[in-house]
Design a protein around this ligand. Structure first.
Ligand code: NAD
Ligand code: IPM
Ligand code: MN
Length: 351
């Protein structure tokens, strides 16, 4: 098949891990006689420096016209001034919003060879196989936001708002996903305090009625954070508000051995998706060639499966990643000595 893929490497380790994800996609194309056409565009801090904006209209259009988008990471100390009007992260948020990618799917699996890479006891890691579906275009990230000087002092306001339809479409996606897995949805909220969570819970219960083959459990976010560390095997599909999902998935990455392991797919109602590792630009290791590219490479596998409907190729890529891990060819975050490039090349060879 022929596919147009936009690469947005971004900042810090973004370009390093995207180079490897692209390398494996090129290998997949070569082996399957597919034609993947790559176009690279800027996002984040590099785009601020070169274009004066973290995401240009032209880049948004290129992404809309593409079959899929592969993204690295944005941000870094250079653009971290708290008083700055423009921030790299705004580019990422705009991309998700403009492309209407309301669901961010973040699978969490532990490769058996990596049990020792996690600080958790092996018995806590047995049978971990869960997916977090994070709402991505609403909630605390997109509510009204402002600062004001008042007589009592300076005040900052962020709001957490949801329409019922925004909750419904992401919960519906979670149920459809669960139907292909262990048939359990855990809807995570803070309904003991927040009205937005009470609406979330109500809508989740309504959606559940259309899916009698899948069980729904409601779970408060604070204790969910605890259960993720003590009893993660009880979860199948977790669906939750934008920021709750952001926080819970960095936490859940501990189950997989490293933040560098987790991929994601940002999906909407068409085939177009943005595929990105869940980690950030990792300024502390950027430029050293030691970043773990597996989160980015596994995101490329999700791209093959969801946007290009190449499920055999996606399976083969995931098996290739597994075999590289089995051979111990991993980066420093997992206790290994391999470089970013060595891992990417090894995955290509395993293919
Ligand atoms: P981070 O995810 O960049 O890094 C957290 C820790 O994990 C660091 O010690 C880092 O070295 C390590 N790490 C992350 N990815 C790794 C990988 N692939 N291999 C090995 N180690 C890895 O989070 P942070 O330091 O809090 O944020 C840095 C910047 O990244 C901030 O500007 C933040 O806004 C941005 N950020 C961007 C994204 C994104 O673009 N999607 C996600 C998270 C954070
Ligand atoms: C992520 C990141 C982003 C988010 C930031 C960089 C805006 O943490 O993709 O998880 O919070 O969504
Ligand atoms: Mn995050």
């Amino acid at each position: 098949m022929k596919a147009n893929i936009v690469c947005l490497p971004g900042d810090g380790i973004g370009p390093e891990v995207i180079a490897e994800a692209r390398r494996v996609l090129e290998e997949v194309a070569r082996r399957g006689a597919h034609q993947f056409v790559f176009a690279e565009h800027m996002i984040g801090g590099v785009a601020i420096d070169k274009l004066g904006t973290p995401l240009s209209d032209a880049t948004v259009q290129a992404c809309k016209d593409a079959d899929a988008v592969l993204l690295g990471a944005v941000g870094g100390p250079k653009w971290d001034d708290p008083n700055a009007k423009i921030r790299p992260e705004q580019g990422l948020l705009r991309l998700r919003k403009d492309l209407e990618l309301f669901a961010n799917v973040r699978p969490v699996r532990l490769h058996p060879a990596l049990v020792d890479a996690s600080p958790l006891k092996p018995e806590r890691l047995a049978d971990v196989d869960l997916v977090v579906v994070r709402e991505l275009t609403g909630g605390l990230y997109f509510g009204e936001r402002r600062r004001e000087k008042t007589e009592r002092g300076e005040r900052a306001i962020d709001t957490l708002a949801y329409y019922d339809y925004e909750v419904r479409r992401v919960v519906e996606l979670a149920f459809r996903l669960a139907a292909t897995r262990k048939r359990k949805v855990t809807s995570v909220d803070k309904a003991n305090v927040l009205d937005s969570s009470r609406l979330w819970r109500q809508v989740a219960a309504e959606v559940a009625k259309d899916h009698p083959d899948v069980t729904l459990t409601h779970h408060l976010v604070d204790s969910c954070a605890m259960r993720l560390i003590t009893n993660a095997a009880e979860f199948d599909v977790i669906v939750t508000e934008n920021m709750f999902g952001d926080i819970l998935t960095d936490e859940a990455s501990v189950l997989a051995g490293s933040l560098g392991m987790l991929p994601s797919a940002s999906l909407g109602s068409s085939k177009l998706g943005v595929y990105e590792p869940i980690h950030g630009s990792a300024p502390d290791i950027a430029g050293k060639g030691v970043a773990n590219p597996i989160g980015a490479i596994s995101s490329a596998a999700m791209l093959l499966r969801h946007s290009l409907r190449l499920s055999a190729e996606a399976d083969a890529l995931e098996r290739a990643v597994d075999s590289v891990i089995e051979r111990g060819l991993v980066t420093g975050d997992l206790g290994g000595k391999a470089t970013t490039v060595e891992v990417g090349r090894a995955v290509c060879e395993s293919l």
